[in-house]
Each structure stands twice: as C-alpha cells, then as structure tokens.
Design a protein around this ligand. Structure first.
Ligand SMILES: Nc1ncnc2c1ncn2[C@@H]1O[C@H](COP(=O)(O)OP(=O)(O)OP(=O)(O)O)[C@@H](O)[C@H]1O
Length: 904
C-alpha cells in the first residue's frame, strides 16, 4: 500500500467577453509553473493603514495553467500519467472543481475541435491496451451518470429512472442498475458521451449560458487478465473516475431564484459536504483530526475512495481571472490549497488471488442446491396461489348472485376488513425485512472496517518485529526504542465508522422490536376476525370465499418466507467472500513464514524429518499443479453464477425479493422458524471498537465462537445484541450426540434441530459438518498445526483454515439467529394471546370494528393480497436491474412504519 498525496492543479480560464464588457480587471497572475498570485481588487494601494499588509496572496499548486494553456497541455500534465496505473489495476480519479462558468466542462468534455480529458484519456487508454494485448486479455467498460438534486440518473440510459448507490462487500461504491458499455473504440465512446451529455441537466444562469446543474461522473473500468496460465488466474481491476462537478456558486452571484435556487441548494449541499470532507481529510494528520463524513451527500459517498481511500486522485480547480469573481476565486483557491494535504492509500485491486478454498466450494455447492430447492418451492407455491385465486374469483361471482343484499354487504365489509388487516401485516413483514436488510448492510460495512483495522494491526506488528530485529543489529540507531508509527487516517476512519454503524444498528433493532410487537398484535386481531366468520356470514359459499382469502394470505406469507430464505443464502455467500479475503491474507503470511523457515533450514543445514519433507513435497506439488487456482476459479464462477441467477430471477419474476425472512405465525400456528443474520456479536464488535488496540476480525470471530461453544451449552447471550439477550436468557439448549457442534448447541428435539439448522434439507448442515469434521479428523493423522487457526489435512493437501473457524462460525450464528427468532415468535405468540382488545386495522375506507371474541370454531387466517406484493422488487441488486424506485418505496414503507409507530 503506497501513500499518495492528492495532486491539485489550477486552471484559470480566459477573461470572457461579458467580463471584458463589464470592464472587469484581471486579478490573477501565474508565476512559474506552480504559483498563482491573487490580488484583492477592493483594497486601495494608497491605504497607509494597510500598507504593511500585502493585497496579494500567493498559492502554490502542483501545476498552474492560465488562459494560454491548451487542452493537450492540461491533459498531459494532470491525467495522462494515471493511465498506466489504471491498466495495472489501480484506481484513479480526476475531478474538475470550481465556480460556475469557469471551464470545468470545457476541461473535462471539451468541444469537437478541442476535446477534453474524457476523450484524450480514453484514446490513450485504448492505444496503451493495443500495445500490450499479446500478454494480457483486457476488458474495458464505461458508465456515465449524473447526480442532480441528490438523485442519480444514468446518462447512457436516462429512461431507467433514479438509481441507487450501494456499497459492495469489498467497500467499493456501486450504482445499482447502471448501464455499462463495453467498447474498445474511442470514437464510439465520444459519441456516447456527447449523447449522454445532452441528457445532462443544463440551464442558463446569469454566470453561464450553458451551466451544468449536476455533477457528471464518467467511470471507466479496465479488467486485465494474464494469458499465460502459469501466472495464475489473477485478475486486476483498475477504475478511473472522471468527474465534472456542478458549479460551486452563490445564489446572489448567479441571481438564482425558484427552481435554480433549489438546485443551487442541492449543489451547494453536496459541494459543502465535499468541502467538509476536504477540510476534515486535510487535517487528518494534523493536531485537529476530525471525523470525515462521506455519508452526507451522494457525491461524497461516490468520491469516498477518490478522496480518502484507494485512488490516485487529481483535482483540477478552476477559476475566472476577473475581478468580478474575486470572492469565488479566493474561496476556490483556499479549498484547493487545503486539498493538497489530502493523502490517499493506493493499492492494486487484485481479484481471484489463488487461495485454498475447497471448503468454500462445498459450502457454495450446498447453498446452490438450497437456493434451487427453495426456488422450486416458491414456484409451487405461486402455482397453488394462482389456483386459489381463480377459485376465489368463481366463488365470489357465485356469492354475489346467490345471496341476499344484506348478507352481501356484511360479506363485503368483512372481506374489506380482512384484506386491510392482511395488507397491513404484509406491509409490516416487508418493513421488517427491509430493516433486517439494513442490519445486514450495516454488518457488512462493519466487517469491512474491521478488515481495514486488522490489516493495519498486522502491518504494524510486522513493522514492530522488523524494527526490533534492526535494533539488535544496529543499536546505535535505536536510542529511543520502538516508535509507534502514526495510525493511517483510513484506520481512524474505520474505527469511527464502526461506532456510527453500531449506533445505527441499535436504532434499527429498536424499530424492529416495535414493529414485531405491532405485527403480533395485528395477527391476533386477524385471528379474532376469522373466528367471527360463522356468526356473521351464513352462506357456505361466502365462508368458503373468506377461507380462501385467508389461505391465499397464508400462502403469500409462506412465499415471502421462502424467498427470504433464498436471499439469506445469497447473503451468506456474500459474507463468505469476506472470510475468504481475510483467510487469503493469512495464507500469504503463512506462505512467507514457510519460505523463511525453509531458507533457515537450508542455511543452517538442519536435517529435515521425513514427515516434514513429505509435507513440503506435497506443498510444492500443490503449487505446481495449480489446484488452488482451479478451486478459486470454481469458487468465483459458482458464486458469480449464483449471483447472476439471482439477478436474473429478480429481473424476470415479479415476486418480491427479500433479504431476510420473517416467520409468519398465523393464528397460533407455528410456521417455519424465521432466520435472520447476526453474524458477529454486536457486543463483541462494540468491545472491539472500544478496544482499539487489539482489534482483529479473527479475534472477533474467535471470541464469538468461544462464547457459543460447549456441549450442553445454553445459547450464549453474548452472541446477540443486548436488546435480544432478555429473549434468550431462558432458552435452554442441550446437545444431541452426533449433532453437537463446536459452534453452538442444538435443540434437544431432533425435529427442532433440523428446523433450526437446515430448514431446506433433511440433515442439519451443522450436523453434517460435524460428521465431516470427525471423518476428516480421523484422516488427519499426519496433520500438523502451524498455528491455532490452521491445520493441514492429508486430503486437502494444503494448509487450510479449520472448518469450524469459518463456516461453522456462520452456521453458529445462523442457528442462534433462528433459535432467537423462534423463541421470539413463541414469545410474541404468547404476548398476542394476552391481548384482550385488538388494535384497529387500517382498511380502505372501512374502519375496523372491534369485534367481540366468541367461541366459534377456529379456522385458518388467510388472505389474497398477492397482487399487492407482486411487482415489488424488494432486494436492491448491485449491478442488477434498475430498482431505485422500488428501493425508495421500501425506504418509504420502513419510514412510514417508523412514523406510524411513533404516532401510535
Ligand atoms: N480554457 C478555456 N478556453 C476557452 N474557453 C473556455 C475555457 N474555459 C471555459 N471556456 C468557455 O467558458 C464557458 C463556460 O465554460 P463551462 O461551461 O465549461 O463552465 P463550467 O465550469 O462547466 O460551468 P457550470 O459549472 O455552470 O457548468 C464555455 O463557453 C466554455 O467554452
């Protein structure tokens, strides 16, 4: 990882005709290649009182261009050098900053005769790639978007609506549903850009006839893969962002009113957020280190890596030379000058680095099977549902003909009430899932930050060890002992972000608890309504209609549950990537240790025991055979396919896609156990965040394993957020021989264990894992421990992390989460049973009466609200179909529920 200072260049455009007509004086002067002098036009040179104070301010930048600079010069001095890095897998960003009308678009896009940075960069990029394609396979894709009034639009496909901005598990920002064009022709790209630019929101302001009112971002991704098999299947991905920001303007200067004023407010909001980030980042190393809030605007979230992360970044600040723009120029120069202090950490983006992952391939295969199985069940349920719906239509038609007016009215009222109640329940279910989804996102974010901190801790530890070694050999240089190197700002940011994320998690959990309570009440209400059928509705047909309604509702809930389970599996896959990343780093460390030890053995001529020699031989042949590479490719292919399939399914089907399931527990009937994700103990994370010195993901997961371990154990409350501890404390779990795992106990009843551990298949995966581990352990006679987390199996032929450390930890959480939800479902059922007066449901136009409970025969609560649910895409897919609108609906639905809860 290399530290890079942000490069800041300044471009001063020529005096415009309008400025010249106004008689504006020149207030800027370029001195040499790197200096600019700004003169304050308001100061009187004859003012004796201020005679000692200079009316000139000098600013130094990496490059200063004045009106004589050509587009080629600006490009060559700022951007050209980034191309090589992007091809080798590094990220880079160029952004144009400055007040309106100072030439940002001119610099970035340019004109037909004087093309700007976009086209020159792409031209050179393709030329460079052509020269190297003998050795490498390259892929180039680009996307072009604008952020206008805090919403993101695809400039290559404006009809796709507003897009969502997401962070992927590796922490890079993604735009869901954005069009990515693959091409190798710069001319084609120029046409696309011109076309896209026409879609950009552009309006005349007093300062600029063709003012761009939005921030435009052109992203080019270069993927590089070696053609020589011997070098492995390593893929390097370099991303280049080219950003034309909207003008940093003041309303007074641009005389903006109405819509322009509102736009200005949004533009200023994101630019203000950008300014704040620049301020905070530039002071990161200084005494006034501040928190950098990238989340304040879409723009700063998008530029997060460019400013504070993994990117070589160039800022081209723009100013006008006119005295009339003095104030804007001064502010821009101050900001740009500050930005020079920003440092980014640059590292090559490698994907698919060879790593022994056989255990993951089997898990992934399992997940694949589960997903297929669940999908098949979803399809069956859908078929059943449509059959029920058509029956229902027929019966309703008959009911209307055959029954009297009075009974028809009662029937309609009851039906409306039922539908209202079911709809409310479904909305609550979806809101709960959305909250759970948010929790997962928060968790993924937290893990990512933990990884950053772990990386740093490891680097620090290695550095300290090295220093100690040096110290012993060069004592004279080490008077002060080992000095603590300063913590990189990304690590400090990670620590701060973890705290924020934990706070957000607590809020989400509180809202979720309220919603769950509300849902339990709603279910109780619906069950009371069902008991009234026989009294209020006399006709058999009508009763049948209502029963079918309830059945449809039940199916709908079941359907939702299944889809949620599917998505949960997908999420689990995603989390495996994290673990792989972590293990991969550990693997590299181990490799280094092995090499050094081998060198030592050789140098000292130490006799090697036969067993060790055999293992070394095995290790070498493993490397030569490239088995690990193949496994890795298999892993990436399978997980890629799975994700692709999911995306395809989401695009093709109109059924909802949910990240996390809810357990519908209707009318006292136990439904399948709900699953949620609590992959790391939030308590543990909180401790880790607080205890900043010894933070490590491995430590965190070990901790949570340790807390969950032990035969006949109680489910440890330490594995759950504190809000959930009360729910769990009385839940006794006993071990089942053969099913006991090192990561958590099973319910004593086999059926319950199966339900908890593997809802989709017969044998609980934890049990299977246990058997496999035992089998493996028996075969591991020659295995030898390198360090506590790693072992070598004769079957695996390579160093590999012990299974319980990874997948079992996840399984442990999975089991516990299910357990928790089941206990919660049980407790909510009992709570619901105590409710005497049901809360009124919302139904369209028909306020629900409080219905007396009688002792009529119980039947099943059902609902047909499938139509409502269909067409809602509930999971936001990165790089999937555009789903921005639906995710906003989701947000609204969650917020709405949040608000309703508050009101209630
Ligand atoms: N270096 C330059 N040489 C010649 N003309 C320039 C130069 N810089 C800007 N211009 C001209 O000034 C005008 C305004 O430039 P441009 O639209 O690029 O400004 P901007 O900073 O992008 O404004 P906004 O933020 O309002 O979109 C254009 O007509 C452009 O051609």
């Amino acid at each position: 990882m290399k530290e890079q200072q942000l490069m800041v260049a300044l471009r001063i455009r020529p005096l415009s005709e309008a400025e010249a007509e106004e008689g504006a004086a020149l207030v800027t002067r370029r001195v040499g290649e790197q200096k600019v002098v700004l003169m304050d036009p308001s100061e009187d040179p004859d003012d004796i009182l201020r005679a000692n104070r200079s009316r000139e301010k000098t600013f130094v930048f990496d490059m200063v261009f004045d009106h004589r600079a050509t587009q080629e010069e600006v490009y060559v001095s700022t951007t050209k050098s980034l191309i090589g890095g992007v091809i080798s897998g590094y990220n880079a960003t160029v952004f144009a900053y400055g007040p309106t009308g100072t030439g940002k678009t001119y610099t970035m896009l340019g004109t037909d005769c004087e093309p700007g940075i976009y086209i020159r960069t792409l031209d050179d990029l393709f030329k460079a790639l052509e020269g190297t394609t003998e050795e490498m396979d390259y892929g180039v894709s680009m996307s072009y978007l604008e952020i206008y009034n805090e919403v993101i639009r695809d400039l290559l496909n404006p009809s796709s609506g507003f897009l969502d901005l997401r962070e992927d598990p590796r922490g890079s920002i993604q735009i869901a549903g954005i069009t990515e064009v693959s091409t190798t022709n710069a001319q084609e790209i120029m046409q696309l850009l011109m076309k896209g630019n026409k879609q950009r929101t552009q309006e005349p302001t007093a300062a600029n006839e063709t003012s761009s009112r939005s921030h435009a971002v052109l992203q080019v991704t270069v993927t590089q893969k070696s053609r020589r098999k011997a070098t492995g299947e390593e893929v390097r991905v370099g991303k280049l962002f080219m950003v034309d920001l909207a003008g940093s303007e003041r309303a007074a200067q641009t005389q903006n009113q109405g819509k322009r004023m509102k736009e200005g407010a949004h533009i200023n909001r994101s630019l203000l957020a950008l300014g704040n980030c620049i301020n905070a980042l530039s002071e990161k190393k200084g005494s006034r280190a501040q928190f950098v809030n990238f989340r304040d605007s879409k723009l700063t979230r998008l530029l997060k890596d460019s400013l504070g992360g993994n990117s070589r970044t160039v800022m081209i600040a723009h100013i006008s030379p006119a005295s009339t723009s003095f104030e804007e120029s001064r502010m821009t120069l101050i900001y740009a000058y500050r930005a020079k202090n920003i440092k980014t950490q640059v590292k090559c983006n490698l994907q698919n680095v060879p790593y022994p992952i056989d255990q993951y391939t089997s898990i992934i295969a399992d997940l694949h099977r589960d997903i297929e199985h669940l999908k098949a069940r979803v399809e069956n349920q859908e078929k059943e549902q449509s059959a029920v719906r058509s029956d229902l239509g027929n019966l309703q038609a008959q009911g209307h003909q055959g029954s009297g007016a009075h009974s028809g009215q009662a029937m309609d009222a009851l039906r409306a009430q039922l539908l209202g109640a079911f709809r409310e329940q479904m909305e609550m279910c979806h809101s709960l899932m959305e909250l759970e989804n948010t929790n997962i996102e928060l968790h993924v974010d937290t893990c990512r930050h933990l990884l950053t901190i772990t990386d740093w801790e490891r680097e620090k530890a290695q550095g300290a060890a090295k220093e100690k070694k040096d110290e012993s050999t060069e004592e004279e240089d080490r008077e002060g002992g080992i000095t603590d190197s300063p913590e990189p700002h990304e690590v400090t940011v990670a620590r701060e972000e973890i705290n924020l994320l934990l706070a957000e998690h607590r809020k989400t959990m509180a809202l979720k608890a309220e919603l769950e309570q509300h849902l339990a009440n709603a279910k109780e209400k619906a069950s009371q309504m069902e008991e009234l059928f026989p009294r209020q509705i006399t006709s058999d047909d009508q009763q049948e209609v209502l029963r079918l309604l309830c059945r449809a509702h039940e199916l709908e809930l079941g359907n939702t549950d299944l889809q949620a389970k599917t998505l949960y599996k997908e999420n689990l896959l995603c989390q495996k990537d994290f673990v792989i990343q972590q293990l991969q780093q550990h693997m590299l460390l181990c490799e280094e240790i092995i090499q050094q030890q081998q060198a030592l053995i050789k140098a000292q001529n130490i006799p090697v025991p036969e067993t060790l020699a055999r293992l070394q031989q095995l290790h070498l042949s493993e490397l030569e055979e490239g088995t690990l590479n193949r496994l890795l490719v298999l892993h990436s292919m399978m997980s890629g396919m799975l994700r692709q399939k999911s995306i395809g399914a989401a695009a093709g089907k109109t059924t909802p896609r949910l990240h996390s399931p809810i357990s519908p527990d209707l009318h006292g009937k136990k439904s399948s156990a709900a699953i949620t994700t609590v992959p790391l103990s939030l308590e543990t994370l909180r401790e880790i965040a607080a205890n900043t010195k010894s933070i490590s993901l491995v430590a965190a997961s070990r901790c949570s394993r340790a807390q969950c371990r032990g035969p006949g154990s109680k489910v440890s409350s330490a594995c759950f957020p504190e809000d959930d501890m009360l729910e769990l404390k009385d839940l006794e779990v006993s071990s089942t021989p053969g099913c006991q795992t090192s990561t958590g106990g099973m319910l004593s009843e086999p059926a319950a264990a199966s339900q908890l551990c593997s809802p989709a298949r017969g044998a609980p995966r934890s049990c299977r894992d246990q058997e496999m581990s035992a089998e493996r352990a028996a075969r591991m006679k020659r295995s030898r421990s390198l360090e506590p987390n790693f072992h070598r199996t004769s079957k695996d032929k390579h160093w590999t992390p012990s299974r319980p450390n990874t997948d079992k930890a996840s399984e442990c959480h999975l089991c516990q989460a299910r357990l928790f939800h089941q206990s919660k479902a049980a407790s909510s059922t009992s709570t619901a049973a105590k409710v005497k007066v049901p809360i009124g449901h919302r139904s369209e136009g028909t306020p629900l009466e409080v219905l007396p409970k009688d002792n009529g025969p119980a039947s099943t609560i059902q609902q047909n609200n499938a139509g409502r649910v269909q067409g809602r895409v509930l999971q936001k897919q990165v790089k999937g179909p555009a789903d921005g609108a639906s995710s906003r609906q989701k947000q609204q639905s969650v917020t709405r529920w949040g608000n309703q809860l508050k009101i209630k």
